[in-house]
Design a protein around this ligand. Sequence first.
Ligand code: GLC
Length: 519
Amino acid sequence: MSKRPEWLDNAVFYEIYPQSFKDTDGDGIGNISGITEKLPYIKDLGCNAIWINPCFDSPFGDAGYDVSDYLKVAPRYGTNEDLINLFDKAHSMGLHVILDLVPGHTSWEHPWFKESMKAERNEFTDRYVWTDSVWEEPEGYGSLRGISDRDGSCAVNFFTHQPALNYGFYKPNRPWQQPTDSEGAIATREALKDIMRFWLSKGCDGFRVDMAGSLVKNDEDGKGTIALWNNIFEFLDKEFPEAAMVSEWGEPRLSLAGGFHMDFLLHFGESHYNDLFRCERPFFEGLGDASEFVKKYKDSRARSGGKGLICIPSGNHDMDRLAKHIHRERLKLAFAFLLSAPGAPYIYYGDEIGMNYVEGLKSVEGGYGRTGSRSPMQWDKSKNAGFSSAPSEKLYIPIDPSPDRPDVTSQLGDEKSLLNEVKKLIALRLKYKPLQSLGNIDFVCDGAPGNPLAYIRSLDGERIFVAINPANDPAEIKVNIPAAFNEIIYQSGNGGNFSGNICRVEARSAVWLRERDRG
Ligand code: GLC
């Protein structure tokens, strides 16, 4: 791993889907000024960093993950100046801002691709992954073919309108497969650095990297992609050592070796993240089993050699909303875990008030089933939940129609609300260092059926014991270490407490206990 920017040691991120956060010009879609206007809310929540989903020019076939100009803010969100102003305002409030970098593919409307489609050789001929005959498709990928005079098929990465950029093949086995050190592959890599340089020099604090593990092709073990990122991190370490990089990879042992400072546990991959929040019997709904998750998590930490941060998000724009699977008071238990876990926590906008997954929506901008997790933020009880002054039928995505939908203003006024609980939990995390990114974690109880999840977070001799029991029955945990976890710093439900070596955690409860005196 490259050197970790120090600000990540206590970072708590807030993910913003710009379309749906706050609309200040009444066109029914969120914008950059809306984010700027709401910075005090994010600060008050306690988050100290923001990740904004792609906000660049795009035909929006995949909500902006199909970029047509990496260097230009999409006009519907504002201008580059608005974004730079957002960086400045955020910095003046002690917040960091990372952007979403989509290095694997562009929109098929990107000027690079238009040039690349031409039969005549030009600067962009090798910018994408093309076969050398329209009759041959790139094995293992979808492709675009018969769309221009160029005799070849172009690999696509995700949707058909997202042609794959060429970073080379780790093990080329067809004549058209270029090695990673070919001129075309190197030119793509350097173009990516230019994009990063552009935004970092304007005040952006780093990037969340889309599909970061899939750039080099024919690269089963990730070795080619790791080498590519090592090269990019050399550039970053030299020119922008404070830039923070988080990968959408989901395999920390690979991403962190690539140099990333953080990797997400995600709804795909091997992490068993979904066992906790989104499956038929989620652990935090009091029904399931967290033990496979714990096993994988320990393994990931061991295999990544403590190098970078493994980040556990409350959700994101691709997953069902947390509140679809975890209900009412148990959401507090999920946050008691998220905000006491190592790595930097990521809160998906609206999860802090328990926003619903909106069922039955028509797909918007390639969202399909994801659309229900992307509905507008609910600020208050006014028109359009305070999101926009546009007529309701003009909103980007309709507001959650449920009569009891949560909103920020009501929850701020309710001492027992989820929002106030999340604020409390973040404040405690920021107060006690063992709870932050770098504190160690030792599991005491792995959340197997009938068992709570319990662990000790520690740093520099300071220790905090966390126990979370979402089940309907109280539980007892034997802790075989001499300790005096005698200061309750947080509790939810009926909490819990130690008697000798036994910690009792009540049903549907959580407790954080600080060790005051060792004895
Ligand atoms: C990532 C994004 C997702 C997008 C896809 C293609 O998984 O999170 O929203 O559709 O990549 O870029």
